[in-house]
Design a protein around this ligand. Structure first.
Ligand SMILES: [Fe+2]
Length: 342
């Protein structure tokens, strides 16, 4: 199914690119390269067009977005790179396909911890990496990330691949808090508690909890809302089988990551692109985006989706996203070192 989805996205991208070739620098257009599900961003893009009259062309690229923009080089039609996770945002910067933006509007709204100190990427929403706990079998309502390694959970923990970018970022945060040696011990402890080999996506961990395979799992906040409020009846049951516990690091808070955007290095519609970036932190778009995605708005004072609000108040961790970006390589090496996925 993933392949079908990828192919569809790829074909849509190829077709859209064909039409872009002649119009890349048109005054009233904006070209967005994105890894995001089209349905999740459409409401906010429609609003942007409504407010500005700028036509938005989206190209959905699930894998290899940065390589694609780099290959296109100076002629790339890409204006904006819209994606999730610091892993991908930093990759775009490292590939040299972004450029710095200096914008008071962005800096005023987005806390420094959630944007690149050099202005190459900006977080526009947050997602927590949290604990899914069986409603039936888990009574406790608070937990630390450290406790995931406690032998009391032996054979009871589920998680997707340690090399998935969401987990690499979480493990990078663990390194920031514990130091490398203790983080390694911790990761070994988590591995020793696994009910099964890491597999599936975050939603499948909730499915496994419903099936009794495990009692607790690690997953992102928004998936719970997507399961509970989506059209898939099976997934609704997975979502209903779990409670969300917002875990914290000892001496810290809940690990969050960003969805965000960057200005493409050779953006042909640069003025429109910056206008779009600033639009994305406006009250209107922050609200629409949060409703459609079930992410936490980056802007203070914007209402959180009711399902997400029901998890309790988010106390985001104090490790900055840029710091996590620096520790990701080490985190990925640790995953291999402890044979987490074996
Ligand atoms: Fe996701």
């Amino acid at each position: 199914m993933a392949n079908v989805k990828f192919m569809r996205g790829f074909l849509a991208g190829a077709v859209a690119l064909g039409t872009l070739a002649g119009t890349a620098a048109s005054a009233q257009e904006l070209n967005i390269y994105t890894t995001r599900e089209p349905g999740l961003i459409k409401p906010v893009l429609d609003e942007f067009t409504k407010e500005t009259g700028i036509k938005v062309n989206t190209i959905f690229i699930n894998n290899g977005l940065e390589e694609r923009v780099r290959t296109e080089g100076a002629n790339s039609p890409a204006d904006i790179i819209l994606t999730v996770d610091i892993g991908r945002l930093q990759a775009a910067k490292d590939y040299g396909v972004t450029q710095a933006v200096k914008s008071e509007a962005l800096e005023k709204v987005i806390p420094a911890a959630y944007r690149d100190p050099e202005g190459h990427w900006f977080g526009i929403a947050l997602r927590g990496r949290v604990v899914y706990a069986s409603k039936e079998r888990v009574k406790q309502t608070a937990i630390t990330y450290e406790e995931l390694a406690d032998p009391k959970w032996k054979g009871k923990v589920c998680i997707r691949s340690g090399q998935h970018l969401y987990n690499v970022s979480l493990i990078a945060a663990a390194i920031a808090h514990m130091g490398e040696a203790k983080a390694e011990e911790w990761l070994k402890g988590v591995k020793a508690n696994l009910a099964k080999k890491p597999s599936g996506g975050d939603r499948e961990q909730a499915k496994d909890i419903l099936a009794g395979v495990c009692d607790i799992a690690v997953g992102n906040t928004y998936y719970v809302s997507l399961m509970l409020n989506g059209k898939d009846e099976e997934q609704k049951k997975w979502g209903e089988a779990i409670n969300v516990i917002l875990p914290t690091f000892q001496g810290g808070g809940t690990h969050v990551n960003v969805s965000g955007l960057a200005l493409a290095k050779n953006a042909p519609n640069k003025a429109n692109a910056v206008k779009f970036m600033e639009f994305m932190v406006s009250d209107d778009s922050q609200h629409i985006h949060a409703e459609a995605n079930s992410e936490y708005p980056i802007k203070a004072g914007i209402k959180v989706h009711p399902t997400i609000a029901s998890f309790g108040e988010l106390k985001a961790d104090n490790v900055s996203i840029a710091e996590i970006a620096k520790l990701r390589k080490k985190a990925s090496e640790l995953v291999d070192k402890v044979g987490f996925d074996q």
